[in-house]
Design a protein around this ligand. Structure first.
Ligand SMILES: [Ca+2]
Ligand SMILES: [Ca+2]
Length: 234
């Protein structure tokens, strides 16, 4: 008996040891088909029949200034659609410029590229994401079009290096002289100097004598600052 449904064909191929997922991964179809494929553990990408993103995920460094995203039209007739940004961990006005536009594509035009501004800063942050989606401007509430390819993800890659703080000299010797002396400790900021960082500093008494003034508090380091002096009396 010939397998008739997609599920039956998949089972028949699997039973015969044939591995060919192409038709499952690139197939156009309905939500019902998607559910059927999910039931057999195959991730299906359901494309919108009219419009979709060419790529589903873009990565851009924050210093790049912008990201360009391409939309593909799949019908030969004129088509009007909306495209807008949606916040996630990346926020509008902070990490990217809000974008919301209605675009009319004539029948002969099959692709359109939009440019979204990315903002740079000097602070280290985890990589952040936002989304761009295609929506129906003619429908009430302007919902996103159906299909997995009507939403794409943008990852903004951070490229700032705050660096690390350390003492220039791991050990300093001060001889007792009967008079108050001042020693200087130099703190270095190495392997990067982007953004503001700070560290807490404290003194620790190793033996019973208390022949030094305590050093406690927070030492800030400003962007581009590579060292700082701290003085103590002994
Ligand atoms: Ca930066
Ligand atoms: Ca940054």
């Amino acid at each position: 008996m010939q397998p008739e449904t997609l599920l039956e064909r998949f089972e028949a191929k699997r039973a015969a040891g044939i591995s060919n997922n192409k038709e499952f991964l690139d197939i156009k179809g309905t939500e019902g088909l998607k559910g059927q494929m999910a039931a057999i553990g195959v991730a299906a990408e359901i494309k919108n029949e009219n419009i979709g993103f060419k790529c589903m995920h873009y990565s851009v460094t924050e210093s790049n200034g912008f990201v360009e995203i391409t939309v593909v039209k799949r019908v030969t007739s004129d088509f009007t659609f909306g495209i807008r940004t949606v916040e996630d961990t990346a926020k509008m006005g902070s990490e990217f410029e809000a974008f919301n536009k209605i675009i009319e594509m004539p029948g002969r035009q099959m692709e359109e590229t939009v440019k979204i501004t990315i903002f740079d800063n000097n602070d280290w942050q985890p990589d952040q994401i936002f989304f761009v989606e295609l929506y129906d401007p003619a429908e009430n509430g302007m919902p996103r079009y159906k299909g997995d390819d009507t939403k794409c993800k943008i990852t903004i890659l951070d490229e700032d290096f705050p660096g690390q703080l350390c003492f220039e000299e791991p050990q300093i010797t001060a001889l007792k002289s009967g008079q108050t002396q001042t020693i200087t400790l130099k703190v270095l900021r190495v392997e990067g100097s982007d953004g503001n960082i700070s560290c807490t500093v404290s003194t620790e008494q190793v033996n019973k004598s208390s022949d030094f003034s305590a050093l406690d508090g927070v030492q800030p380091a400003l962007p581009g600052q590579h060292y700082q002096h701290m003085t103590r009396q002994v």
